[in-house]
Design a binder for this molecule. Structure first.
Ligand code: SF4
Length: 335
């Protein structure tokens, strides 16, 4: 599909045509992955950040309660998640200067111990870090580096990610890919982008060779400059998921529990997503990214709850071995 084809698909509003789009996306997923779905545990271990992104609840100017989890607690949460049956551990932080100041020695040690203790693949989402730090994590065997542009329209980017250089951020993920890591790229829907911008992002995610492609609807939260922007029609996110699946059948596409909690899972899977992200253990004081508390302490974001929904949809959780095989295929494509 070229840019115009993508825009045409994003424009469809006839329910039958939308259903047909989703049905084709599901077929493409089934051909590539069967009925197996992957699940990622999410450990948002520090909500401190030096940046001021306009769309983010954790921007440094927002006066909110923040936390930085102690290493032992991070490791224990990761072990618990591993025991609950997730296939990967997503370790995420804001751009917390505490970790930057010691050249990431502390985080390096935490990640090393998590890898040793759980044996699971790890995705690192630390924000933009130096090439030398990326290279160290790659050497440690960290499988993924996640770093989202959120849009590939440079003008809009400058409004969203204040005072952050577009090219430096893009360089970070391309460098991670050079070191042999898989990369995740992501966009936000509903932040002032046009359909053409979305089409450009979809093409760009393919061009840079992202192995996981994420779209999340913007969620307005208290205290941010975009507080009064309306949450977009959920169909937009679902259509983008379906188009990504049709264009890049082999990639991993998240159905994030961060936007609508567990009740939003079925629609995203129906649109062709194949990874349930943001599984968070209840009562650990951990937050989500797009929505800081949605369904977390209610226990809605667990492997058990997600597996129940998969069963009703004729899908099933993959095994860790399935996930390892998938990573090997993705690596084979990248190298
Ligand atoms: S999006 Fe990330 S980098 Fe931007 S303010 Fe939020 S936590 Fe910081």
């Amino acid at each position: 599909m070229n840019r115009n084809d993508i825009i045409d698909l994003l424009r469809i509003d006839n329910r039958n045509e939308i259903e047909e789009l989703f049905s084709q996306a599901r077929k493409a997923r089934e051909k590539e992955f069967g009925n197996k779905i992957f699940m990622y545990g999410f450990v948002y271990f520090s909500t401190w950040c030096r940046n001021d992104c306009n769309f983010c609840y954790y921007r440094k100017s927002n006066e909110i309660d923040r936390y930085r989890k102690e290493p032992e607690e991070i490791i224990s949460i990761a072990e618990n998640l591993a025991g609950s049956g997730v296939h990967l551990l997503d370790l995420t932080m804001g751009e917390d200067l505490t970790y930057h100041r010691d050249n990431f020695d502390l985080l390096y040690d935490i990640v090393r111990r998590i890898k040793e203790n759980t044996g699971l693949p790890v995705m690192l989402s630390p924000g933009l870090i130096e090439d030398r730090d990326i290279a160290r994590f790659a050497e440690l065997g960290v499988e993924w580096y996640a770093l989202y542009q959120e849009t590939h329209n440079r003008e809009l980017y400058a409004k969203l990610r204040l005072n952050q250089d577009y090219d430096q951020r893009m360089h970070g993920k391309l460098y991670a890919k050079e070191t042999g890591m898989l990369i995740e790229e992501g966009i936000l829907a509903g932040v002032g982008e046009s359909l053409g911008d979305i089409a450009d992002s979809i093409l760009e995610m393919g061009r840079i060779g992202a192995s996981q492609m994420r779209v999340m609807s913007f969620v307005p939260q208290d205290g941010i400059p975009m507080e009064s922007v309306r949450k977009p029609d959920p169909l937009l996110e679902e259509k983008i998921i379906a188009i990504l699946r049709l264009m890049y059948p082999w990639v991993l596409i998240p159905a994030s529990l961060d936007i609508d909690g567990i009740k939003g899972l079925e629609d995203r899977l129906n649109a062709g997503a194949n990874v349930i992200t943001s599984i968070i253990p209840p009562k650990t004081g951990l937050a989500g990214v797009a929505q800081n508390s949605m369904d977390v302490d209610e226990g809605g974001r667990t492997v058990e709850e997600a597996s129940h929904i998969l069963k009703t949809m004729g899908l099933q959780p993959a095994t860790v071995l399935d996930y390892r095989e998938c990573l090997a295929r993705l690596n084979g494509r990248c190298n």
